[in-house]
Write a protein that binds this ligand. Sequence first.
Ligand SMILES: *Cc1c(COP(=O)(O)O)cnc(C)c1O
Length: 221
Amino acid sequence: MIADNLHDIQQEIQESCALVSRDASAVTLVAVTKSVEADQARELVELGVTNVAENRVDKLLAKKAALADHDLTWHLIGNLQRRKVKQIINEIDYFHALDSLRLAEEIEKRAARPIKCFIEVNVSGEESKHGITPQALPELIAALQTLEKIKIVGLMTMAPLHAAEAEIRDVFHRLKTLQQTTQKQVATCTELSMGMSHDFKLAIEEGATFVRIGTALFKER
Ligand SMILES: *Cc1c(COP(=O)(O)O)cnc(C)c1O
């Protein structure tokens, strides 16, 4: 069942890429395992998935320990409290939700090596969402330049859950535009972490390079 879901998603990623003449190898599938136990995550990993994500510190550490026999790339995709930075920062490869200088300074203090970070941007302006405003982005990027342990790899956003396709597409398109502008400031800002189970096809059409997919991988068929 997980194998079938994975196969379908890989197929859909390829189709979406083909639609806009992108190479499917430019899109990384990040499997979000937050809703399942370690044994289901293991099933997925044994099918060849190497990028795994959790949104909470404790759950990431538990999954990582349970899957320690596999060489995986770990992504923390949820917001991170400063007091938990020390516990997690040297256990992950990518952090997708950097949204303040104070948090970055804590990472700078605790990280043993540069951490690949996405800046989370609240493109849609929904109050319920984390992330900085597009207006605040240039200033944050400038401030992060002085921190050696923060390696800005790209921007991340979440589209509104219940919105029309055109609106979701617009959010992704705006993140892409912001990324292109930011890349002039920081050359390493090349990636776009956007798209989840219900909207990853639109995200890929708009330029996503990392899609974060949970539900669609583990759903019952
Ligand atoms: C849970 C989560 C996802 C995956 O969502 P699905 O709808 O299950 O694919 C992606 N990104 C973030 C930040 C999440 O918390």
